[in-house]
Design a protein around this ligand. Structure first.
Ligand code: PTJ
Length: 247
């Protein structure tokens, strides 16, 4: 289970792996999700399972974007739901965002299982099941979203997103916040704010920043957004990975 000692040098990897296995068993996570997990784990190893200062800056900029948004939506896939259900619900509450189940490998069973899972973890409303709108430029299943959810959002948080969909959402003119351990992935490259960190650490970190910024005025939030440099954040993560200094 989840009872990995907190001081274990590979704590986050082991917790992540256990939760993804349980997610597959529960019909929440796809088999592709297992593969995605292995890839993420390799990058987290190279990062030393740590939040880089540049990733913390990104988390703060993401929080500012979510607080400034007219309609922020957090997209939830089979990996995110298995790894951080409580944390996603807490973030949605902290910034007033909708949660929308949005799957790369969409099946009715998994849509329902993830929506139920999020409600069990405290979500009052879960979008994604209406499926009455589409993201232009993608094939049918992968394009399906809710008209009053992702389709209407001005800011979307897409953890562990596939590159095609990340690019299509960016093409719709939405502000895109991405969590991805691979700074070279297309999702990270097209994001307005790429958070190169394990979702296990990134989501609670965004929530902490959002709570701290809850009373900030728009000018302060807009300055945080303007000061964030996505290219510099990606370059910093790549440098840290290549240097091997943290692993
Ligand atoms: O549940 P579904 O059907 O929506 O499918 C979800 C997956 C993740 C399988 C699907 O979106 C997919 O195939 O994604 P990719 O193209 O494998 O991209 C996932 C990215 O997430 C990769 O760049 C991984 O390095 C990264 N990643 C994996 N685990 C983590 C992670 N990033 C942050 N935290 C993690 N724990």
């Amino acid at each position: 289970g989840d009872d990995v000692p907190a001081d274990h040098p590979r704590h986050d990897s082991l917790v992540t792996r256990h939760r993804i296995e349980a997610g597959v068993d529960a019909g929440i996570t796809s088999k592709q999700g297992l593969i995605a997990e292995g890839r993420g784990e390799a990058f987290d190893y190279l990062l030393g399972e740590r939040t880089l200062p540049s990733a913390d800056d990104a988390a703060r900029a993401a929080a500012a974007h979510l607080l400034l948004a007219r309609h922020p939506v957090i997209s939830v896939n089979g990996n995110a739901a298995a790894l951080v259900p409580d944390e996603l619900v807490a973030l949605a509450d902290a910034v007033g965002a909708d949660l929308e189940v949005n799957l790369f490998n969409r099946t009715d069973e998994r849509m329902q299982a993830i929506a139920d899972h999020l409600r069990e973890h405290g979500a009052s409303e879960v979008k994604g099941l209406a499926a009455d709108a589409r993201i232009p430029g993608l094939s049918h299943d992968r394009a399906t979203v809710d008209a009053d959810g992702i389709a209407d959002a001005d800011v979307v948080l897409v953890p562990l997103e596939d590159g095609d969909r990340a690019a299509a959402l960016a093409d719709m003119g939405k502000v895109e916040l991405v969590v991805d351990l691979n700074p070279l992935s297309r999702s990270a490259q097209v994001a307005d704010v790429p958070i190169v960190d394990n979702i296990l650490r990134a989501i609670p970190n965004v929530t902490d920043h959002a709570r701290e910024l809850a009373d900030a005025d728009r000018e302060t939030l807009e300055r945080i957004v303007a000061d964030f440099d996505a290219e510099a954040a990606l370059a910093d993560a790549e440098r840290a990975i290549r240097s091997g200094e943290l692993a």
